[in-house]
Design a protein around this ligand. Structure first.
Ligand code: AP5
Ligand code: MG
Length: 212
């Protein structure tokens, strides 16, 4: 099963991707996590995208598409994958179609801008594997340490309030249009993101036909 997780910054894509990968046994491909990893490692790609990412702008389509093309061809993607945060522009969606990437369901996790802004202030992310936590809604079992890989958790630089506002504006201007794009193909599944994490998860499982 090939899934796309769509939604505003902070809507819960990363959180749900982690739960879905365990349930469905398919990898999650998070372009945001991969780009942050490239920045952390100081690679050429990381240097190229740093200013875009720090300001909350989108990185150029071609860079993102290159990463996705390479990653989806890895053997662990043979039975499916979860795209978290990609595509993010009409050009990216059309390019995936041209590349022959077959998509089964596009899950749009919906949340108001006000809710996003309040969630971001409590977010913590793992410096090792990129897993997302929240100091109230989804805390780590041991304070400051990732449940999954044991690395320290920290705040994300682009979660500063003014950068979050910029990311929301970018979402409305460039990404939201993808809902219409996938609605027209009958693949869009709209999920209410303003529910407890487990309820969002159950709604997604029902929407993609994994549970009744
Ligand atoms: P990316 O890393 O993809 O960021 P994003 O889309 O802005 O989304 P986030 O990761 O911030 O939020 P999320 O939806 O994953 O929410 P989370 O589960 O963490 O991209 C970052 C940057 O990379 C972009 O700005 C751009 O520069 C670049 N980039 C990436 N992909 C690109 C692309 N395709 N094209 C161009 N540029 C690209 O949850 C948020 C918080 O809420 C957490 O604290 C979590 O614990 C909590 N939470 C989650 N669900 C719930 C719930 N149901 N109730 C209460 N709290 C919850
Ligand atoms: Mg994320």
């Amino acid at each position: 099963m090939n899934l796309i997780l769509l939604g505003a910054p902070g809507a819960g894509k990363g959180t749900q991707a982690e739960m879905l990968l365990e349930r469905l046994h398919i990898p999650s491909i998070s372009t945001g996590n991969m780009l942050r990893e490239a920045m952390k490692n100081g690679t050429d790609l990381g240097k190229q995208v740093k200013s875009c990412m720090d300001s909350g702008a989108l990185v150029p389509d071609q860079l993102v598409l290159g990463i996705v093309a390479e990653r989806t061809q890895q053997p662990d993607c043979a039975n499916g994958f979860i795209l978290d945060g990609v595509p993010r522009t009409l050009a990216q969606a059309e390019a995936l179609d041209k590349m022959g990437v077959r998509i089964d369901h596009v899950v749009s996790i919906e949340l108001s801008d006000e809710e996003v802004e309040s969630r971001m202030t409590g977010r913590r992310v793992c410096t090792g594997c990129g897993a997302s936590y929240h100091i109230v809604a989804n805390p780590t079992k041991v304070e400051g340490v990732c449940d999954l890989c044991g690395s320290p958790v920290t705040t994300r630089k682009d979660d500063a309030p003014e950068t979050v506002r910029n990311r929301l504006a970018v979402y409305h201007a460039s990404t939201e249009v993808l809902k219409d794009y996938y609605k027209s193909t009958g693949k869009l599944r709209v999920i209410n993101g303003k529910q407890p994490i487990e309820d969002v998860f159950q709604d997604i499982l029902r929407a993609i036909g994994v549970e009744k």
